[in-house]
Design a binder for this molecule. Structure first.
Ligand code: PMP
Length: 435
């Protein structure tokens, strides 16, 4: 039986009031403000395993996982130790280290299409740099992205962007110049024809297609049969590069990411989040002859004082070697996620609430839509966001911490137990009843 008690949130409310005077919108990244679900954010004090605690002392089961990276749960012992030990040896040198070799070996051994890899400090940096490299390599200017996909906040990608940008109704940001915007062409996810049309018109000047091979930033939308292969064929035909943005899916859907699961090799891959075990990090890599165009060996410039940071590398190497050496983690994630999916489906049926649940591996989204399925950005946008907001608040009250937006993922981690899954299924039923 699920227990819900009225939560005290006074300290969080006060902290947010102060934050709003000092930090734009009170937050350092927009969706954290809970604006679209019309709630005040809870301020986090600490996290361990599958749980987080706010500064008022409330406990939550966490299904946000810092928006993806905490696939082994929070404050995993081996990762904490690795970071502590690294910190004692110094927090940054701006010089090469052995652990960077180790990370590069781990990444290239787990993601076979990545022959060489460059570390950066965020997913945004990874995609921004990969695009520059694609342009430098092909000598072309245009990039094709998909409406509703999010690739960080570099100018070229804030065109029909997903994630916080759609959640807040800001798919096209002011401040992006017309000159930048005109070099970004947009197509429709799961619609090869929309891509072909762009290539028929502009094929000689398209440097790359970039996409989330499984969309996560419009909520979870899976690629339909043949979509990824079709994109690969189009890029090959026109001499453009295919970039998979695996910032969410990398090391989550399999040790080799979505590209392993779907058997399609991109030319370049962008990675982030998981590879830092929660520390600020990103990476991009791919075919050696493309990566060799980067400075200092090649002419395409990209750099970073803190890139390959020893703390991030220490956390990341434990994270990746754990995932590499215990493949059963993925089987367990699949089992628990399937259990949750089945539970939510049964709850939808029982309560009569209209909804579609899309899942692959340990990422899923419950869309509050009357549609039978969600296969495109257009389908995702039919969701009732007001209903999601009330579902979110009800879940939070029963100690379940979900993404404060309809257009995000729910993540299962290795730290979630079967009891945790049973608890969220019970909370889900209550929340559905209340919407
Ligand atoms: N690409 C994808 C697919 C993402 O989901 C995100 C972040 N959610 C980014 C890029 C940007 O990463 P970061 O927030 O680390 O800059």
């Amino acid at each position: 039986k699920l227990e819900t008690k009225k939560m005290e949130l006074n300290k969080s409310i006060q902290a947010f009031q102060k934050a709003k005077q000092l930090i734009p919108g009170g937050v350092n990244s927009p969706v954290r403000a809970f604006k679209s679900v019309q709630a005040d954010p809870v301020f986090v004090a600490k996290a361990k395993g599958a749980k987080i605690w706010d500064i008022d002392g409330n406990e939550y089961l966490d299904f946000v996982a810092s928006w993806g990276p905490m696939i082994l749960g929070h404050a995993r012992e081996e990762i904490v130790q690795a970071v502590q030990q690294a910190a004692e040896r110094g927090t940054s040198y701006g010089a090469p280290t052995l652990i960077e070799n180790e990370m590069a070996e781990l990444i290239t051994s787990m993601v076979p299409s990545v022959k060489k890899v460059r570390m950066v400090n965020s997913g945004t940096e990874a995609t921004m740099s990969a695009l520059r490299l694609a342009r430098g390599f092909t000598g072309r200017d245009l990039v094709v992205k998909f409406a509703g996909c999010y690739h960080g906040h570099a100018d070229s990608f804030l065109i029909k962007a997903g994630s916080g940008a759609i959640t807040l109704g800001l798919p096209d940001s002011p401040g992006v110049t017309k000159a930048s915007a005109k070099d970004t062409l947009t197509a429709d996810y799961n619609n090869l024809e929309s891509v072909q049309e762009l290539f028929q018109k502009h094929g000689d000047n398209i440097a790359a297609i970039i996409l989330e091979p499984v969309a996560g930033n419009m909520g979870v939308v899976l690629p339909e049969e043949g979509f990824l292969k079709g994109l690969k064929q189009i890029t090959e035909k026109y001499g453009a590069l295919l970039i998979f943005d695996e910032v969410i899916t990398g090391f989550r859907l399999a040790a080799g990411g979505a590209q392993q699961r779907f058997g399609v090799e991109p030319d370049l891959t962008t990675l982030g989040k998981i590879i830092g075990g929660g520390l600020p990090v990103g990476a991009y890599g791919g075919r050696a002859e493309i990566m060799d165009k980067l400075a200092p060996d090649g002419p395409v410039y990209q750099a970073g004082t803190l890139s390959g940071n020893p703390l991030a590398m220490a956390a990341g190497s434990v994270m990746l070697s754990t995932l590499k050496n215990s493949p059963s983690i993925y089987d367990e994630l699949e089992r628990k996620a399937a259990m949750l999916e089945a539970g939510i489906k049964a709850n939808l049926h029982r309560t009569g609430v209209a909804g579609v649940i899309n899942r692959i591996g340990s990422m899923m989204t419950l869309f509050f839509t009357d549609n039978e399925s969600v296969k495109s950005f257009e389908d995702a946008m039919t969701s009732n966001t007001a209903r999601y907001a009330s579902y979110f608040k009800k879940s939070l009250e029963s100690g379940i911490y979900l993404a404060p937006s309809q257009f995000e993922c729910l993540f299962i981690s290795d730290a979630h137990t079967d009891e945790d899954i049973a608890r969220i299924i019970a909370a889900n039923e209550q929340a559905l009843k209340s919407v």
